[in-house]
Design a binder for this molecule. Structure first.
Ligand SMILES: NC(=O)c1ccc[n+]([C@@H]2O[C@H](COP(=O)([O-])OP(=O)(O)OC[C@H]3O[C@@H](n4cnc5c(N)ncnc54)[C@H](OP(=O)(O)O)[C@@H]3O)[C@@H](O)[C@H]2O)c1
Length: 266
């Protein structure tokens, strides 16, 4: 699977940045995404210097602004036409309650609504054999889904906000896989491990494993022939494992999809 075009969101730091470097080393064309043009430029330069690749591009979009996600999708369609792999990696841990301009709770908006919207807007751009990879977290197993409080109107628990957004990533994976049954596109989710990054520091103030370890499952799912056609699974350390019981609830999958879809009139 050489020379694929791979879009990695949140590729300006942590796991996404490392994933971009390693996939570039394997010879793929990389589209970095970040919210800061300066950071995108400097990661582009860093990857080009470390891989001798001249096939590293970038798209800038702030995922807390859903109109910016739409603009990014339009720009991608004009500049690159087709993609083979989308890695929905960008994410935040918000210790304090913050609303986006559209008045969505930021964790839910950035971690779930933005990739939900981006992926849906790009569905027609995938080549056959396309792969969508959603970077979730083992934290999804701790989520207690309170449908009435997804926007934190009845109180904000930062850990639950993060865990629910990561459960939403898995629910989205399974529902999208059903919707794409007739297309040659696979959708899988993963937990990258507990990895030293600024998100881990912000949320948990602990040290974790290396960035290479954190990128390994994303790189595997994006590039390995072993997972050709493998669909609707949740991976940890490059192996398909069970996700939480709540994530397998078809009612939850459908409800999360419909709720997200309503927001965008897709
Ligand atoms: N680290 C862990 O132990 C761990 C464990 C489980 C799951 N994860 C998941 O792994 C993924 C990557 O996290 P990480 O640990 O590598 O975190 P990180 O180092 O903080 O990187 C997060 C990336 O997301 C981008 N981002 C944040 N807010 C954004 C926004 N509003 N718009 C656009 N981009 C935005 C960041 O951009 P900037 O560079 O501008 O900040 C950065 O590129 C996340 O989905 C996270 O939930 C991480």
């Amino acid at each position: 699977m050489n020379n694929k075009t791979i879009l990695i969101t949140g590729a300006t730091d942590g796991i996404g940045k490392q994933t971009a470097l390693e996939l570039s080393k394997l010879g793929h064309n990389i589209i970095l995404h970040g919210r800061s043009e300066n950071k995108c430029k400097s990661i582009q330069k860093w990857i080009e210097e470390n891989t001798e690749s001249d096939n590293v591009h970038y798209l800038v979009s702030d995922f807390s602004r859903l109109n910016d996600v739409r603009r990014m999708a339009d720009e991608l369609k004009k500049r690159f036409v087709k993609v083979d792999v989308l890695i929905n990696n960008a994410g935040v841990y918000m210790n304090e309650l913050k609303y986006t301009d559209n008045e969505y709770e930021s964790t839910f908006a950035i971690n779930h609504l933005a990739p939900f919207l981006l992926t849906n807007l790009l569905l027609d751009q995938f080549n056959d054999g396309g792969r969508i990879i959603n970077v979730s977290s083992i934290a999804h197993t701790r989520a207690v889904l309170d449908w009435e409080n997804l926007n934190a109107e009845r109180g904000y628990d930062h850990y639950q906000a993060y865990a629910i957004s990561k459960l939403a990533n898995v629910l989205f994976t399974y529902e999208l896989a059903k919707k794409l049954e007739d297309r040659k596109i696979s959708v899988n989710a993963l937990h990258p491990g507990v990895i030293t990054t600024k998100l881990l520091k912000t949320g948990f103030n602990i040290e974790g494993a290396s960035l290479s370890e954190g990128a390994a499952t994303s790189v595997y799912l994006a590039s390995s022939p072993e997972v050709e056609g493998v669909n609707s699974k949740y991976f940890v350390r490059c192996e398909a494992v069970e996700s939480s019981p709540d994530s397998y609830s078809e009612e939850n999958q459908k409800r999360m999809w419909e709720l997200s879809e309503q927001l965008f009139s897709l």
